[in-house]
Design a protein around this ligand. Sequence first.
Ligand code: FMN
Length: 196
Amino acid sequence: MDLADLDPDPFVALSAWLSDAAEVSPQPHAMVVASSTPGGRPSARVVLLRGLDERGLVFFTNLRSHKSLELTENARAAAVFHWWELGRQVRVEGAVEEVARADSRAYWVTRPRASRIAAWASPQSDPLSGREELEERYAEAEERFADDEVPLPDFWGGLRIVPELFEFWTHRDDRLHDRIGYVRGPTGWWRERLAP
Ligand SMILES: Cc1cc2nc3c(=O)[nH]c(=O)nc-3n(C[C@H](O)[C@H](O)[C@H](O)COP(=O)(O)O)c2cc1C
C-alpha cells in the first residue's frame, strides 16, 4: 500500500475500506471502542458503526451505560476496525460528542420494534439479579407500549467520535506491514508512513 492507494480524505478512505469489507465480512461495521475514566482506567467493547460522514463516526447506545458515563466524564475515545479477510485494520482517535436528538430519533425509528423494547427494558451495564429480571423488564416494557409506538428513551442515543487521527494498516506476509497515519492539522489532514 502506498499513499496513492488511499484517498487524501480519511473519511473517504475509511468509507472505501468499509465497502470492500462489506464484500467479505459478515459484520464490516463492528468496531472496538475504548473509553477511559478521567483517572486513566481504560475499558473497551464492540459497537456497530451506524453513521459516517465528515463530522465523525456514530454509534448508538444507552446513554447511562458504563461506556457513556466514561465518555461523558472523559470525552475522548479510540476505535479500531479489523477485517481479517482483508488483512486490514483502521484506528481512529478523537473527541466524543452526543449526536443531535433529531438524529438519534431518525435512527431509532428504523430499529425493529423488539430492539426498541429491549432498549427500554435493559439498564445497560447495571447488575441484574438474574436472567428472569431482564425477561420481566422486557415483558413490562412490551405491555407498557402494547398499543403504542415505542418512543425514544431519554437515556438512549448516538455518540459521535470526532477524529483527530486515523491510521490505515495492511498486512504483508513479509511482516513489513504498511501503516499510513492521518493527523488533523490547522489546514486539513496530513499523512505520513509509520513503521510497522
Ligand atoms: C457485534 C457486537 C455489536 C454490538 N453493538 C453494540 C452497539 O451498537 N451499541 C451498544 O451499546 N452495544 C453494542 N454491543 C454490546 C457492547 O459490546 C457492550 O456489551 C455494551 O454496549 C455494554 O458496554 P459498557 O458496559 O461498556 O457500556 C455489541 C456487541 C457485539 C459483540
